[in-house]
Each structure stands twice: as structure tokens, then as C-alpha cells.
Ligand binder design. Sequence first.
Ligand code: 5GP
Ligand code: ZN
Length: 113
Amino acid sequence: MQNCLFCKIIAGEIPSQVVYQDDRVFAFKDIAPVAPVHVLIIPKKHISTLEDLNPEDAEIMGHILVTASKLARELGLEKGYRVVSNCKEEGGQTVYHVHFHLIGGRKMQWPPG
Ligand code: 5GP
Ligand code: ZN
């Protein structure tokens, strides 16, 4: 989608530190990490928010979580980690292309702020 930051990252128009990609998902390091490991996992298909998901997106969303689990293993997060997706203004979403944060390498707090 034009003017979407993450679509531009997927297309390589904006550089990123790619961690993993396949035909459906793209994973790259967050530019402002909040923990020693902070990877964003996104669908290659543009979906603006979790609110916009349709039943046909179930497979890709499941694939994103399976990818998060695989990357967490590969990145050595055997002590645990957090997977977060922020939705819209009150959820704290700032980039309107659905993404999951894979965050780890330190003890997390709960509840979030
Ligand atoms: P949100 O706040 O929408 O849940 O998450 C957006 C994330 O994208 C933030 O953690 C932010 O640091 C990250 N981000 C914003 N712009 C860029 C960028 O140009 N490159 C990368 N790698 N991450 C970005
Ligand atoms: Zn997009």
C-alpha cells in the first residue's frame, strides 16, 4: 500500500535489519528496541489494524504466531518472551500495518502501562 511505512520496508524502499521472511511474513529489528531482542513480525499483505481482520486472514495470523515461536527459539529466548500487538489509538498503535512485537532478553512487567 502506498504511503505505508511497513509496506515500504517489505519492498526494500526503506532499509531494515531483516531477521526472517518467507512468502507471507516479514520480520525485522525494531528501530527503537525496548529490550535486548525486539523484532517486528508483519504480514506481507497490507492490513491496517487488528480491527480490519477478515476470516480469510486467520491462516496468516496463525503463521505469524508460529513464526514468533520459531524466531524466539532461534534468538535464544528460552527463558521466555512477550508477543504484543497494539490496536489503534488506545492500544498504542503508531504504524497502521498490523504487526506483532517479539520482545525478550529481560524480565517483563505486568500490567503494561
Ligand atoms: P506500534 O507503536 O505501532 O505498536 O509499533 C510500531 C513500532 O515500529 C515501534 O516500536 C517503532 O519503534 C517501530 N518503527 C517505527 N518506524 C520504524 C522504522 O522505520 N524502522 C523500524 N525497523 N522500526 C520502526
Ligand atoms: Zn502496509
